[in-house]
Design a protein around this ligand. Structure first.
Ligand code: IPE
Ligand code: IPE
Ligand code: MG
Length: 239
């Protein structure tokens, strides 16, 4: 493998758990359980390659519309996984943060989130962001509301509002934009993930379902990223 350039921030749309399960003749929830193993692997790769920020899309706001048993199963899986993984994440120097609205989450999930964030808050080897009950449009809408409220209170002037103002009102405040955005399962869309933040991200798509996204697959994505030439609107000669 020829990985010459490591992205500072990798974001992943972990898709295909359901289809993976179906291909094995198993219920969808089995795919989600198997997906946790891939999350563990991805975290390990990030640690080994010195990626500083890893953001994973675990549950979208739209995912509430799925059958109740799947949603309930996922919430239970989140609680169990967080409880089980905190000691290891802590040991490895991982700082965990959740991105998304907290409003609709049940008390058990809220408690797990709070605990994991509290326990790992002083770590800084890897920043792991878990997008849970996340929607890029909702995030931007909330930001607009907060900025308007601040303007009405006289805390900020209209003429002072710039891109940094918007960024600082997002769930991701303080986190650099993703350099590389990976989506598994052969779908070529963003599904309401990091709409603002991915303005200049490099995209990588793979046909692999998330449970089949191994260390080798992650390294392959990193190798692709190494070959990308980022121009940010400029010419090759300028970069
Ligand atoms: C991604 O896998 C995980 C979540 C959205 C929670 P899916 O559950 O979307 O799997 P597919 O896309 O139906 O195969
Ligand atoms: C995106 O996957 C959300 C997560 C991976 C958590 P979905 O499976 O919900 O996206 P669509 O419905 O295929 O766009
Ligand atoms: Mg899906």
């Amino acid at each position: 493998m020829d990985i010459t350039k490591i992205p500072r921030h990798v974001a992943i749309i972990m898709d295909g758990n359901g289809r993976w399960a179906k291909s094995q003749g198993k219920p969808r929830i089995e795919g989600h359980y198997q997906g946790v193993a891939s999350v563990r692997t991805a975290i390990q790769v990030a640690l080994d390659t010195n990626i500083k920020y890893l953001t994973i899309y675990a549950f979208s706001k739209e995912n509430w519309g799925r059958p109740k048993d799947e949603v309930d199963g996922l919430m239970e899986l989140f609680c169990k996984t967080i409880a089980l993984e905190i000691p290891n994440l802590y040991e490895q120097g991982v700082c965990v943060r959740f991105l998304g609205s907290r409003k609709e989450l049940n008390p058990e999930v809220l408690e797990s989130i709070a605990l994991s964030e509290r326990e790992t808050q002083n770590n800084n080897r890897l920043f792991l962001n878990v997008a849970l009950n996340y929607s890029g449009r909702a995030e931007l809408t909330e930001a607009v509301k907060q900025i308007v409220a601040d303007t009405e209170k006289g805390l900020v002037k209209l003429s002072e509002i710039d891109e940094n103002t918007v960024s600082s009102h997002l769930y991701t405040h303080g986190i650099p934009d993703p350099d590389l955005l990976i989506r598994t399962s052969g779908e070529y869309r963003i599904s309401n993930f990091l709409l603002w933040q991915s303005a200049y991200s490099e995209f990588y798509f793979t046909e692999k379902y998330w449970p089949d996204f191994t260390k080798e697959e992650f390294l392959k994505a990193l190798e692709h990223y190494s070959t990308r030439k980022r121009r940010y609107g400029l010419t090759d000669e300028q970069k």
